[in-house]
Design a protein around this ligand. Structure first.
Ligand code: TYC
Length: 101
């Protein structure tokens, strides 16, 4: 038997750090039409109508809502694209990102 090929104990296996995930947060405002918010959520975050409507309503009622979590690059790219899409139509809609605890 080859004693050098024993399976390593679980507690001595090297730990590989997973990248921290970042939340994309939708902020409420008084000007962007509800239907436009729903359309952006469907287009940029691939949400279905029901999920997009729920997220929009939560942001509308509470001031903000977490849309989804991604790696940092993806979260920032999606937040920027969604915000720019709204700006191009003249709306102040804002998506931000923050690291998960
Ligand atoms: N509050 C907006 C309105 O009444 C709708 C809205 C909802 C805007 C959610 C932004 O994140 C938002 N027209």
């Amino acid at each position: 038997m080859d004693e050098t090929r024993l399976k390593p104990r679980a507690d001595t296996l090297p730990k590989v750090a997973r990248p921290r995930l970042h939340k994309v947060i939708l902020l409420n405002d008084d000007f962007t039409p509800r239907d436009f918010v729903v359309m952006i959520l469907k287009a940029e975050f691939r949400m279905d109508e029901g999920a997009a409507h729920q997220v929009m309503l939560t942001a509308h009622r509470r001031g903000a809502c977490v849309v989804a979590v991604f790696t940092r690059d993806v979260a920032e790219t999606k937040a920027t694209r969604a915000t720019d899409m709204a700006r191009s139509k003249g709306y102040p809609l804002l998506f931000t990102t923050e690291p998960e605890e």
